[in-house]
Design a protein around this ligand. Structure first.
Ligand code: IPD
Ligand code: CA
Ligand code: CA
Length: 260
């Protein structure tokens, strides 16, 4: 199957996984704790993951998978590696807050090739193919050209790493004085996409896993944004967690968030 056909299959699988999320039987949620009472997984995270892996494996036999809820992680640098977050924003999902997403990234030998982030509640499908721009529901998107003063800033609280709370909230306090307002939305993948389409000027989080950002980072870069860590270095896909800053070059510089 050629790569465009595989992408078609990914779109189809992601859209149908979105229906699993929007039609989930909310009264029958089975919630398990992973590392703490903040780090949760439901039967729907696992079901979405299973459906996505099955559909992509059929379209591209031999593909490797690095998926959040799967204990066995494939080779992230394989010729065809898929980095999947079946539900990004599980805590929102559990509390019926909306704002959660399915994130699927296709990397070839460690380089981004295609990324999809789908918010099934808002019916917003963000996607990008390397070198071909970024799209929201098939319309081209671009990062904001506003100043920080006229922008909303999004951040994540790195909830599974409470030792990073002081760093996070120190940064939030500093940036709050320089921007229009701050928001903590609850899905890193969507936060990065909100920056990619110009709704927010900046997003940062003190630590993220590859499945949180792999697809959204490509969408952001294809929309003209910068994706770096809190030391200002470009982020190379890795199984290791990393801090993340997403925005336009100007807003990142105005924020003084790098090496604060
Ligand atoms: C989490 C969300 C959250 C972010 C966390 C992520 P999950 O992903 O993206 O917004 O603050 O760092 O781990 O656990 O809901 O897939
Ligand atoms: Ca996630
Ligand atoms: Ca998840």
């Amino acid at each position: 199957m050629n790569s465009d056909k595989v992408i078609e299959e990914i779109r189809r699988a992601v859209l149908s996984a979105g229906e699993i999320i929007t039609s989930a039987a909310r009264t029958e949620l089975k919630i398990d704790e992973k590392t703490s009472s903040r780090d949760l997984v439901t039967q729907y995270d696992k079901l979405v993951q299973e459906k996505l892996i099955a559909a992509i494996s059929e379209a591209l036999p031999g593909a490797q998978f690095v998926s959040e809820e799967s204990a066995e992680k494939g080779d992230i640098y394989a010729e065809n590696a898929f980095i999947i977050d079946p539900i990004d924003g599980t805590t929102n999902f559990i509390h019926s807050m909306g704002n959660c997403a399915i994130s699927v990234a296709w990397y070839k030998s460690g380089e981004p090739f295609y990324g999809a982030v789908y918010d099934p509640n808002a019916k917003e499908f963000f996607e990008a193919k390397s070198g071909e721009g970024a799209f929201l529901n098939s319309e081209p998107i671009h990062i904001s050209n506003q100043t920080l003063e006229n922008s909303i800033v999004l951040f994540g609280t790195a909830p599974y790493n409470p030792e990073l709370a002081d760093l996070t909230f120190d940064l939030v306090r500093k940036i709050f004085g320089k921007c229009q307002d701050v928001r903590r939305m609850g899905s890193a993948a969507l936060d990065i996409c909100h920056v990619a389409c110009g709704r927010a000027g900046l997003y940062f989080e003190a630590t993220l896993s590859p499945w949180d950002y792999a697809a959204a980072a490509l969408i952001l870069k294809e929309s003209g944004g910068e994706f770096v860590n809190l030391s200002g270095h470009e982020i190379k896909l890795s199984l290791e967690k990393t801090s993340v800053v997403a925005g336009s070059k100007n807003i990142i510089s105005e924020s003084s968030i790098i090496n604060h």
